[in-house]
Ligand binder design. Structure first.
Ligand SMILES: [Fe+2]
Length: 124
């Protein structure tokens, strides 16, 4: 028997909030969209700090049965790093020190064990 269509299945593909404006997001989108912050003005070839937080707009639960399991950071499609979290003991915030030779859009993925993988972006 066929399950839900991919676009209706949170565990099919990567979920993206319909709007990048937090005021227009649903509560589900607010709780799961990873928010990328950059310190200062990044320059090519120089280290800068990037933080990725889930729950910036609305707190996500952090219980053994429902939590953010990991965050990954990319420069466009190029992998930068990944942080895994234990439920309850770790808040879903990851900080990376990044050096890029090309300043592309930063992309973050965050995975909720109950609601699938979610994407957030930031133009540099
Ligand atoms: Fe969730």
């Amino acid at each position: 028997m066929a399950g839900p269509k991919c676009e209706e299945d949170l565990f099919c593909g990567i979920n993206l909030a319909k709007s990048q404006s937090s005021e227009e997001m649903s509560d589900l989108e607010k709780k799961h969209t990873p928010v990328i912050s950059v310190s200062g003005t990044p320059k090519e070839g120089e280290a800068f700090e990037v933080s990725v937080k889930v729950g910036e707009y609305l707190a996500h639960p952090n219980e053994h049965g429902h939590f953010i399991a990991w965050i990954e950071l990319y420069s466009e499609d190029t992998f930068i790093g990944r942080v895994d979290f234990a439920s309850e003991r770790a808040a879903p915030t990851a900080v990376f020190t990044v050096t890029l030779n090309h300043l592309h859009e930063l992309r973050a993925l965050a995975h909720c064990n109950m609601h699938g993988t979610w994407k957030g972006t930031k133009e540099l």
